[in-house]
Structure formats: structure tokens, C-alpha cells
Design a protein around this ligand. Structure first.
Ligand code: PHE
Length: 340
């Protein structure tokens, strides 16, 4: 047994010398293999002979072997850092400088809000529908009970691509396309880009995201609309959130409402974000106008429904306190990184 203890001490001594004498990473690795290599290393050779010892002797030698292994491992690691630093210095690199921060990707804040909204409506039984961004004026206006001489259809608000063809100014034409393609019951949300001839300033953009909702069935009432949107608000803004309906007008809904949510920044007490009112406007909504059902060939005596439309970008501005809508479009990494 004393033989083995002597050998371990010799191994430690020689190991110390070999390690401190290694001039580069390759020499250090060679020393590691020679000393501690699992298959043919010196320590392994000693450990193999533990079996020859009596059960009383074994633990002492085992403990000594472990200690030598730890000592040499620590020295190897420390020397590796030194050798690397030397190599870096030789190459003109200063390894003591702080590293460059790796760039961390993040989902765009509007995408984050959209994804949350999808999850909420999916759990309420809605599916997602899509429609084209280039539309005819029939889908964008006429079928939605909006005569082409209505102010909303005016050249000043809408980008026309050709006579009768335009960039959709809202996602409501997806209501029409969905009802043409399917019979009730219908329960969809329709997200997508819409376009308006607005100046690009702090609160307007000529293209932005909207998210439309449509529910049609027998016996759908204003109560269903209010309950759905109240539940939506609680899930998106928190259990304290309440909604308020203000009478409004849209050609394709009757009655129509602007829907406010209690300000989630100040708990409805009144703050700059809600302009002291305690409420923030988040969407337009209403009961589907019978004229819309007629345009798609639904029997307005049999079916009723509700629709709503919101701007996820605007909700992102409110939620994150973003002061200028243009920040959402600039792809500035310094801005986007904050949302990771
Ligand atoms: N389409 C309307 C808009 O863009 C929003 C809306 C959708 C209102 C559905 C009522 C029902 O302003």
C-alpha cells in the first residue's frame, strides 16, 4: 500500500512540473492525457491496482488518488487559461477586455400582442381567416353597406390601385369572403394589414395591422357581444379589466359601439395615458347589419351576429407606453431588443 501512496506522490510532483512546463494548448493536452487519461493515464494505472489491496487499505489510497486528481485537474484548468492568454497576447488580443454582448432576438411587440390575442380567441372557439390585401371596392365597401360616395370610400382615405381595385382599408371584407364561403355558425378572427392615406406621423401610419372578429348564428345577441369582449379584455389586460360600450356608427353594424377598456396603466384612476378619463378606446364593434347578410345571401330573419375590429399596433403602443407609432416600423434593434 505504501508503494501506491509513494507512486501517487510522485505522480503529483511530476504532474505539477509537466503542467507548469507546458507552453501551448497541445502540450497541455498531451500532459493531461499522460497524467489523467481515462484509458492509459498514470492515475488510471494506479487505480487499477486498488483491487490488489485489502478492503481496509483501499479507502486511504482511494482518497489519496482523488486528492491528486483534484489537484492536477485544478492546475490543468489554471494553466489552460494562462496558455490561452499568452496566445491571445501574442496575437495582439487583450483577453481582459469585457466580451461583446451577443445580440438577442425578440419578437416584435405587435407580434407579441397578436399572438396573445390569437390564443385568447382560440380558447373561445374562434378560428383564423385570411383575405387579400388588394380588394375590390365591392368587398371593401359595397357589400359592407357602405355606398361608394360615403366619406370612408373617398379617394383621400383609400389607396386605389385601379378603378374598382384598392388596398383594403380595413379587415372587414374578410367578413364578406368568409360568409360567402361558409354557412353559419361562424366564429372567426381575421388578422392582417390594412392601408389608409394617412400621413406618417407619431399617431398615424399608412399601413397597419387590424384584427377583425365575426360571429354569426341563430340567436346571437348583443349580450353575446358584450360577454365575449368583456372576457377578452379580462384575459388580455388582467382580471380587473372592465369594458364600456359607447354608441357609435359603422355602416355595417347596427347598433354600433366604440369599446373602451378600463385603463390598465393606472387602474382606471386617470393618468396621462388615458388622458385622465380612466378609459382607453380599443376597438369598434356592433351587431351585423341585416344589409350585410343580404349581400352574402344569408337570411337576415334567421341569422344574427356581431363583429368587432381592433388595432393590435395601437394596443401595443398603449400597453408598452410607446410614444410614437413610427417606432413600430423602423426595425431599430435597440428599440426591439427591449421586448425580449
Ligand atoms: N372596420 C372598422 C374600422 O376599420 C372596425 C369595425 C369592425 C367596426 C367590425 C365594427 C365591426 O374602423
Amino acid at each position: 500500500m505504501t508503494d501506491l501512496i509513494d507512486e501517487l506522490e510522485a505522480l503529483e510532483r511530476e504532474g505539477r512540473e509537466a503542467i507548469s512546463g507546458a507552453r501551448d494548448a497541445a502540450a497541455l493536452e498531451a500532459a493531461r492525457v499522460r497524467l489523467l487519461g481515462r484509458k492509459d493515464g498514470r492515475l488510471t494505472a494506479i487505480l487499477r491496482r486498488l483491487g490488489d489491496l485489502s478492503p481496509e487499505e483501499r479507502p486511504r489510497v482511494g482518497a489519496a488518488a482523488n486528492r491528486v486528481k483534484e489537484v492536477l485537474t485544478g492546475l490543468l484548468e489554471a494553466r489552460a487559461v494562462e496558455v490561452e492568454g499568452g496566445a491571445a497576447q501574442a496575437a495582439g488580443i487583450d483577453p481582459t477586455l469585457p466580451g461583446r454582448r451577443p445580440w438577442r432576438g425578440a419578437r416584435h411587440p405587435v407580434t407579441q400582442v397578436m399572438d396573445e390575442i390569437y390564443a385568447i380567441f382560440r380558447s373561445l372557439g374562434f378560428t383564423r381567416a385570411r383575405g387579400p390585401e388588394a380588394e375590390t371596392d365591392w368587398y371593401n365597401f359595397t357589400a359592407l353597406n357602405t355606398p361608394l360616395d360615403h366619406p370612408a370610400a373617398d379617394m383621400h382615405d383609400t389607396f386605389y390601385l385601379a378603378p374598382g381595385v384598392l388596398l383594403r382599408s380595413h379587415t372587414s371584407p374578410v367578413q364578406i369572403r368568409t360568409m360567402q364561403a361558409y354557412r353559419p355558425p361562424i366564429r372567426i378572427i381575421a388578422p392582417g394589414m390594412v392601408y389608409r392615406r394617412d400621413p406618417f406621423d407619431a399617431s398615424h401610419a399608412p399601413g397597419f395591422d387590424q384584427l377583425e372578429g365575426l360571429v354569426v348564428d341563430e340567436g346571437v345577441s348583443l349580450v353575446d357581444l358584450k360577454a365575449t369582449l368583456a372576457e377578452f379584455a379580462r384575459r388580455l389586460f388582467g382580471p380587473e379589466a372592465r369594458v364600456r360600450f359607447r354608441p357609435s356608427f359603422f355602416p355595417f353594424t347596427e347598433p354600433s359601439a366604440e369599446v373602451d377598456v378600463s385603463c390598465f396603466l393606472c387602474g382606471a384612476k386617470g393618468c396621462p395615458a388615458c388622458k385622465g378619463t380612466g378609459w382607453m378606446e380599443i376597438m369598434g364593434a356592433g351587431m351585423v347589419d341585416p344589409a350585410v347578410f343580404e349581400a352574402v345571401g344569408y337570411d337576415p330573419e334567421r341569422y344574427t351576429g356581431f363583429a368587432f375590429g381592433m388595432g393590435p399596433g395601437r394596443i401595443a403602443l398603449q400597453r408598452y407606453g410607446i410614444p410614437d407609432i413610427r417606432l413600430l416600423y423602423e426595425s431599430d434593434v435597440r428599440f426591439l431588443e427591449q421586448f425580449s
